[in-house]
Design a protein around this ligand. Structure first.
Ligand SMILES: C[S@@+](CC[C@H](N)C(=O)[O-])C[C@H]1O[C@@H](n2cnc3c(N)ncnc32)[C@H](O)[C@@H]1O
Length: 209
């Protein structure tokens, strides 16, 4: 796990079963399009090359059976399409297969649990990871020190964002608030900026990540 980048997206409305349409990800999927874009930005380089240093979690909180937390491990997943439809298809398949296998790997590198947002962030805090809440009012990422061998967990919201309870929870766990821009951005863009900032600092050492 050394040097890992972990992203946690809270997807407030995203469906927790496979019954959504690939051509209706925003509506039938409860903004599953946001989840798909975040996965693509978190786990892919150009040319569909996978970022092995990154693990992505989406906590799905829509109907019918929340929470469902999907985990995609860049060091294990075999292939990932860059487009939303391909990623939506993979999520749909994972949600379909997880019915009797919650917690197990349902596709190579992909698992689904019923962990809540709270349980997930608390588990990272217990493991000693650096918790970072991405928020426009936080400290400028360019003034933040990162260590190549540490594990950073970047938490972000969807179009609705995090609520007061989540923010107090993160605060209580010692999360640092970090901003990637003076503007409020799309979550997927924030992920791309985080990667860019860390890649610039650690590119010479990226083989050790
Ligand atoms: C589209 S924004 C959410 C907007 C939502 N209405 C809110 O107030 O949180 C999606 C997520 O991106 C992250 N975010 C947006 N702008 C940011 C910035 N400038 N710096 C760091 N994170 C940011 C936050 O985690 C936010 O929850």
């Amino acid at each position: 796990m050394q040097g890992k980048r972990i992203f946690v997206l809270k997807a407030n409305k995203a469906r927790t079963d496979h019954k959504f349409h690939l051509k209706g990800l925003p509506s039938t999927g409860g903004r599953m399009d946001i989840v798909c874009r975040c996965i693509s930005r978190a786990l892919l380089y150009y040319g569909n090359e996978i970022r092995e240093d990154t693990v992505f979690y989406a906590v799905l909180l829509g109907p019918p059976n929340p929470p469902k937390t999907i985990r995609i491990d860049g060091s294990r997943v075999k292939s990932l399409g860059a487009d939303e439809i391909s990623i939506g298809k993979m999520i749909r398949e994972a949600l379909k297969r997880c019915r009797g296998n919650v917690g197990e790997e349902v596709l190579v590198g992909v698992s689904v649990t019923q962990m809540s947002f709270q349980d997930l962030v608390e588990s990272f805090a217990k493991k000693g990871c650096h918790l970072i809440y991405l928020h426009e009012s936080g400290e400028d990422i360019r003034k933040t020190t990162f260590f190549a061998k540490d594990i950073y967990v970047f938490v972000l919201g969807d179009h609705i964002g995090l609520n007061d309870f989540d923010e107090r929870l993160l605060d209580g766990l010692g999360a640092v608030k970090i901003s990637v821009s003076p503007k409020s951005l799309l979550g997927s863009h924030c992920i791309a900026i985080v990667h860019n900032e860390l890649d610039r600092r650690f590119s010479a050492r990226s083989s050790s990540l």
